[in-house]
Design a protein around this ligand. Structure first.
Ligand code: DQA
Length: 144
């Protein structure tokens, strides 16, 4: 079984980008964390980061029927992308929305998410452990 972990724009800068907000772990660290979490439960992890909305949408489409579910940190596309929300609705896969920071303590424009209404669960403010929690929730849902 497989889980897709998707990261949106600017998350390639993780570890060096505003570390007071996003911490010191890099995206490579997050990938290793996700692979270890998956391996414990017998899941393979497909891990992708893109700064391009269409690449993320294509990856969501390609996941249809191929994965148990998707963990996505859509980055700033969270607050702008009807298209990513539509892609998620279109593939009928469980999707867990993850934000490293607590977006609700930040600027008002980060309080609204186009993704939340189509997410099976939302994890905000748990740091990079949010990815682990998201994967655990997908694995939990798959066992029900
Ligand atoms: C983020 C929060 C978004 O508002 C921001 O644009 C990001 C990262 C987070 O993980 O906390 O790029 O999704």
């Amino acid at each position: 079984a497989r889980i897709l972990v998707l990261n949106g724009p600017n998350l390639n800068l993780l570890g060096t980008r505003e570390p007071e907000i996003y911490g010191h772990q890099t995206l490579e660290d997050v990938e290793a964390l996700c692979r270890a979490t998956g391996a414990q439960a017998g899941y393979e992890v497909e891990f992708l980061q893109s700064n391009h909305e269409g690449v993320l949408i294509d990856a969501i489409h390609a996941a249809r029927g191929q994965v148990t579910g998707i963990v996505i940190n859509p980055g700033a596309f969270t607050h702008t992308s009807v298209a990513i929300a539509d892609a998620i609705s279109g593939v009928a896969l469980p999707v867990i929305e993850v934000h490293i920071s607590n977006v609700h303590t930040r600027e008002a424009f980060r309080h609204h998410s186009y993704i939340s209404p189509v997410a099976a669960a939302i994890i905000v403010g748990a740091g990079t452990n949010g990815y682990v929690l998201g994967m655990q929730q997908l694995i939990h849902l798959a066992g029900k």
